[in-house]
Design a protein. Structure first.
Length: 115
């Protein structure tokens, strides 16, 4: 199961990171380090066909040990339908992860980070 690659779309002081086509078979997005550009706050949005999937945003400081991020209300980012979450974090690496989806799962994850 390869990691779903991301594309970058920089916009001045903001950076948009897009992972497209997160499926049940390819449920993990490639790690990205948005905060190397001194970003400190971000919005993550998941959209598409969930087919029972739960989408989360994970963070890591070493690229090996990952935890589910919390939103600004300190609740785990855990999304089961088209929705978004605001986060404020300083993890070095971020990645989307999905679990529990069926064969028709096809999600996009958009992360907009700014300093």
């Amino acid at each position: 199961m390869p990691d779903v690659p991301f594309t970058l779309d920089p916009h001045g002081a903001t950076e948009k990171v897009i992972w497209e086509g997160i499926t049940n078979a390819d449920a993990l997005g490639a790690a990205h380090a948005p905060f190397q550009s001194r970003a400190s706050i971000a919005t993550v949005q998941f959209a598409g066909t969930f087919d029972g999937a739960t989408a989360t945003l994970q963070g890591s400081n070493d690229g090996t040990n990952w935890v589910t991020l919390r939103d600004t209300a300190q609740l785990d980012v855990s999304i089961t339908e088209d929705d978004y979450a605001e986060i404020s974090t300083a993890f070095l690496y971020l990645r989307p992860f999905t679990s529990g989806g069926g064969a028709s799962q096809n999600l996009n994850c958009l992360l907009l980070a700014r300093g």
